[in-house]
Design a protein around this ligand. Structure first.
Ligand SMILES: [Zn+2]
Length: 127
């Protein structure tokens, strides 16, 4: 890490690949955001510090994808969920190893990375 105050998307996904979820906290107003962004949406400051997150949360909403872009065509159906992390912010991720028919708002889930070749994505599996 070159500058711990700046958590870039690249660094964020490197940590994701290692199985860690990192949020950023605004040192001016305390807002907690994930994934990293340039400016604080609350106070417009650029004064972030990284915050390790537990990766535990509950499903806030979800969508079942039945027709996917070509790259994911072999994977359908699958679900994308907005997960409300226990630290507060919400994060979009792909649902893994949870039967689609058991998906529900409020279902506890746990972050886990989806690593495929050079690609890393956010995933959520059973809590
Ligand atoms: Zn702020």
């Amino acid at each position: 890490m070159t500058d711990p105050r700046v958590v870039t998307l690249k660094h964020f996904f490197e940590r994701v690949r290692a199985g860690e979820l990192t949020g950023i906290r605004c040192t001016k107003c305390g807002a907690l955001e994930i994934p990293p962004r340039e400016l604080c949406p609350t106070c417009q400051a650029r004064a972030w510090e990284p915050v390790p997150l537990a990766g535990e949360g509950t499903i806030a909403s979800y969508t079942v994808i039945r027709v996917a872009p070509r790259a994911h065509a072999a994977d359908v159906p699958y679900a994308i969920a907005a997960v409300k992390l226990k630290e507060g912010p919400s994060l979009l991720g792909r649902v893994q190893d949870i039967p689609l028919e058991t998906l529900a708002i409020g279902l506890p889930v746990r972050f886990r990375p989806i690593v495929k070749d050079a690609q890393t994505a956010i995933g959520f599996g059973p809590a």
